[in-house]
Design a protein around this ligand. Structure first.
Ligand SMILES: Nc1nc2c(ncn2[C@@H]2O[C@H](COP(=O)(O)OP(=O)(O)O)[C@@H](O)[C@H]2O)c(=O)[nH]1
Ligand SMILES: [Mg+2]
Length: 280
């Protein structure tokens, strides 16, 4: 299965991010904790151009906590601060705010040295589609935080969300497209829902997922679909799952498309338990 993006998307995304970049002190790069390697844009350093940058591993509730800790350590070794967050449950947000402020520290000191009045740290969130940018912004904008109006003189029409007294977040996230030469990366992005099922072969993708689940958590797989044993081939496994769920078409033929979509949906919703597909 080959999945690719048009280079035009990438160029446009890069331009939009760079437009916003001027307004902020720190960039929060949001990645999917289930695929922290595959959900990054490899051109990120070039796009962000020397601006302090931190990585937030979102959807940590769906990832293997042990591997998340290893990923956080690996990013730190690379010299990039990293924090695990769950934008739905609200976990890790205070850490994220603290780390973002720390990353802006030098810039704030430089401003103070020039005799400028202290101001809030400004940040923006960037990441690939579906990684949870809007969820994180909404969560940070939630209880106790005030949405500030347009700030005249900075940019017309840009909205800032005030988080506490000394942190501001641009409410428009930067969307980056994933870039991949490696087909495995495309498959992982499709498995986690970053790439629409409309552009992939869902049955083939489901086979891939079943292969992974068989390796990582065969008992959970069998239990979820009430299977006494797992047949050798993933094609047979998908048929059995379809039968167990009663996805039958006229003549008793299993509706494989429905079975495939169900397996994918349930995996993405965490029904198979936490699972990380990338190793640091
Ligand atoms: N389990 C879980 N789901 C999340 C999390 N953050 C976002 N989502 C879900 O991921 C999907 C995409 O989120 P969204 O904020 O629209 O992503 P965006 O395209 O980057 O703005 C939505 O269904 C969210 O509910 C998270 O931390 N944990
Ligand atoms: Mg969004």
């Amino acid at each position: 299965m080959l999945i690719q993006w048009f280079p035009g998307h990438m160029a446009k995304a890069k331009r939009l991010v760079q437009d916003h970049l001027k307004l902020v002190d720190v960039v929060i790069e949001l990645v999917d904790a289930r695929i922290p390697g595959s959900s990054r844009n490899p051109m990120i350093a070039e796009i962000v151009q020397g601006k302090p940058r931190i990585v937030a591993l979102n959807k940590a509730d769906l990832a293997d906590p042990r591997l998340t800790r290893q990923w956080v350590a690996a990013f730190k070794q690379e010299g990039v601060s990293a924090v695990a967050v769950d934008s739905l449950g609200g976990k890790g947000l205070q850490d994220l705010i603290a780390v973002t402020k720390a990353a802006a520290g030098e810039k704030m000191l430089a401003l103070a040295a020039k005799g400028r009045k202290a101001r809030a740290v400004r940040a923006m969130i960037i990441g690939i589609p579906n990684v949870g940018k809007s969820s994180l912004i909404n969560r940070l904008a939630g209880t106790g935080n005030v949405k500030t109006g347009d700030r005249p003189g900075v940019t017309k029409g840009k909205q800032w969300i005030r988080v506490g007294s000394d942190f501001e977040l641009l409410d428009t996230p930067g969307i980056l497209w994933p870039k991949f030469e490696d087909p495995e990366t495309g498959i992982k992005l499709a498995l986690t829902g970053a790439i629409s099922d409309e552009v992939v072969d869902v049955e083939e993708l489901a086979h891939r997922l079943l292969r992974q689940l068989r390796e990582s958590c065969p008992e959970r797989l069998a239990e979820r679909y009430k299977l006494d044993d797992l047949p050798e081939s993933n094609a047979d496994l998908l048929i059995n799952i379809g039968k167990k769920r009663g996805f039958l078409q006229a003549g008793g033929v299993v509706d494989l498309d429905k079975a495939a979509r169900t397996v994918l949906l349930e995996f993405r919703a965490g029904k198979m338990g936490p699972l990380t597909l990338d190793r640091p």
